[in-house]
Structures are given as structure tokens and as C-alpha cells.
Design a protein around this ligand. Sequence first.
Ligand SMILES: *[C@@H]1O[C@H](CO)[C@@H](O)[C@H](O)[C@H]1NC(C)=O
Ligand SMILES: *[C@@H]1O[C@H](CO)[C@@H](O)[C@H](O)[C@H]1NC(C)=O
Ligand SMILES: *[C@@H]1O[C@H](CO)[C@@H](O)[C@H](O)[C@H]1NC(C)=O
Ligand SMILES: *[C@@H]1O[C@H](CO)[C@@H](O)[C@H](O)[C@H]1NC(C)=O
Length: 369
Amino acid sequence: MVFCRLRTHQWCFILSNVLLFHLLIFGADLMEEYFLRALPTSYTDMKVLEVREQARKLDMSTLKANISRAYVVSSSEACSDKEIFLLALIFTSPENSLRRSAIRGTWANLTHVRDYTVLALFLLGKPSSEATQQELIKEMKQHQDLIQGDFLDSPENQTLKTLRTIEWVITFCSQARFILKTEEEMFINLPTLVEYLLNLRNHPEDIYLGRLVPQETPNRDPQSHSYIPLHKYSEMYYPDYCSATAFVISQDVARKIYVASKEVPLILPPGVFVGICTKKAGVDPIHSSRFSGRRHIRYNRCCYKFIFTSSVAREGQLLREWEEMSNGKDCTLLETYYGLLSCRVMTYLDGFKHLSVDALQNETLRAAD
Ligand SMILES: *[C@@H]1O[C@H](CO)[C@@H](O)[C@H](O)[C@H]1NC(C)=O
Ligand SMILES: *[C@@H]1O[C@H](CO)[C@@H](O)[C@H](O)[C@H]1NC(C)=O
Ligand SMILES: *[C@@H]1O[C@H](CO)[C@@H](O)[C@H](O)[C@H]1NC(C)=O
Ligand SMILES: *[C@@H]1O[C@H](CO)[C@@H](O)[C@H](O)[C@H]1NC(C)=O
């Protein structure tokens, strides 16, 4: 009744408010996608051309036997000569078998999206205890999805792990078209990601896609354990790179990273390391806000069917949400829209809550001091 009696300018006011609200919610994403587009690298740089040429000519077949010695267990047969569209490589710590089984039972329990093959494998190094290693060998026999390098799986060795993973891919799984590198605390929506990749061009090359981290500065605090000395990396900022929590590269980019990595120090954080290698090869990162980075996106079924990743801390939560998600119907456009709206607002409020809780705790700590 009230609506019927509104005048034109009142309608205009309501409409502009609705519009403003949506602009605030989604505008940030659009702006981000626009401004985070990296400037194209010029291919006239001789060094870049050299890396690309070397990557094209790279032949790993003669190194196969030698490289396979660097793995304690390796599911090299897992890839064999199957045509693979997306290879998901999940970085896991040797001790965390609980998480691996949760992942196997949820988002990674999938072999095809439409007619395209998807394969998920776990990457790990050596544990510090022999008992864990025995458990791992059992797990390997049962699931055939572990790749274990012969380095110690410590926080400091994560960049080495990244490089070993890339070496493994180009040696034993060179037919995989796209490679997703992710971490065990992430939820990945494989079907949506595959759909997205299918919509790229016909023969997509130079793909390096994820959540962009722009203008990060190296840690210059000598007391810190992630200290980067000037002689290892001298520039003020890191190049823009995709967050190591989840990013996708095409097979040619894996080869380019491998070739470029020879001159990049392993002391750099894994994401930065990959970013520097791709830059040397003239590959620009592509940003998508559907990658969450380290953030947890508040669960909403239709929202989770749209996004690519979210960080989910607890196994129980992952299992519960997965069950709800798999049992539900498909989402209509309107439902997706409201799902996105709702998870965006809730995630924003969550961030606010964490901030104020942190600040409160700091206050109390300071008061206690
Ligand atoms: C074989 O691998 C080792 C390290 O695993 C390396 O030091 C050596 O140079 C490699 N040999 C050849 C012929 O590539
Ligand atoms: C994967 O899903 C299938 C049903 O699609 C189910 O039968 C199987 O038990 C699941 N695997 C795991 C490890 O949960
Ligand atoms: C990294 O792995 C190597 C090979 O196992 C090991 O010798 C080294 O101690 C590890 N580094 C760290 C910091 O754990
Ligand atoms: C609270 O303190 C920790 C370190 O003590 C710091 O990392 C964090 O940023 C602080 N949070 C806020 C909101 O000030």
C-alpha cells in the first residue's frame, strides 16, 4: 500500500540506495580486478626470451631415472599416460593424515568434471620420526596418492618443496594441462574451477591464476626467522605474485618456472619464489577474487558453489559443509546472487570481529603488563 503511494523522486531515492549498496558490496571486487591487473611484461627483453626458449626445448626424459631417486615414494604411475585436464597438488605435512582423509572424502573425491579428468595428489617431505614414515608407507599402499620427496618437511623447506613439485610435474606428469598448487587447509571447488579453465582460450598458455598479492615488501628484520638479507633479494618490493594458498598454472608455465628457478634463491617464501620465476619468464599473474587467499569465506551453499577456494580450519567443518553442499540442488542465478551477497557481508563482519577480538586481547595483554 505504502509503495503504491510513492512519488517518482521517492522511488529514485530507494533505487539509488539499493544500487549504492550493491556497488559497495561488489564494486570493491571489480575495482580490485581492474587495478590488480599486472602491467604486461615486454617480450623484447633478451633474458625473458632465453628462458622461454629454454623451457620450450627442455627435455626431462633423460633425467627421469636420476630425478626419481629424489623421491622416497612417488605415485608416478598415478599420472602414467592418462590425459589429465587439472592436476591438483595438495601440500600436506607428513603428520596430518586426518586432514588428508577429510580431503579424500570431500572436495578431492572426484575423477571427472564433465568429461575432463581431474586428479588430486598429496605432496610431502620426510617426517622427523620413523614411526610416522611407517604410517605413511601404509597410507601410500592404500591410497596411491602420495608423493614424498627426500627432504625434511620443515617450514623452512616449503620453497624447496615447491620447486621439487614443479620438477616432479614436468618429469612425470607432463600431459596434465593445468596444475593447481594448494595447501591442506584449503577447500577447493574443483568443478567451478574446471568450468572456468575450460572457458579460457582454446590452447591456453602463460596461465598463472590466483589471488594476487601486490607490492609486498621483503622481511628485513634480522631477528625474524623469515628474514631476507639484501644480498638474496635487493629490491624494495616483491613482484606481484599469486598467493601460495592456491594458484593455477598451465604446463608450459611449470616448465618456465623450472628453467627460471636456477637463479632464484630458495630462501624466499614459496609464493614469492614462484612469482619471481614467472616474471623472469615473462608470465603475468592473473587475479581472480574467487580465490580467497588465507581468508575463511563464511559458508553459504550457493556462495560456495561459485567461489574457487576458502580456507577451512577444522576437518569437522569441512565434512559438514561438504555434505550440505553435495546434497543441495543447483543454485539459480538469483540464489547465487544472494548467496554471494550474504557470504560477502558475513565474511566482512567476521574480519571485523577478529580484528576487534585481537585488539581487545592486545589491550588486556598490555594492561596485564
Ligand atoms: C642427479 O641428481 C643429483 C641430485 O639428486 C644431482 O646432484 C646430479 O647432478 C644429477 N645428475 C645428473 C646427471 O643430472
Ligand atoms: C567418494 O564418493 C563416492 C560416491 O560418489 C563414495 O562411494 C566413496 O566412498 C567416496 N570416497 C571416499 C574416500 O569418501
Ligand atoms: C631441508 O631439507 C634438507 C634435506 O632433507 C635438510 O638437510 C635440511 O636440514 C632441511 N632444512 C630445514 C631448515 O629444515
Ligand atoms: C596484536 O598483537 C599482535 C602481536 O603481539 C599483532 O601481530 C597484531 O597485529 C595485534 N593486533 C592488533 C589489532 O593490534
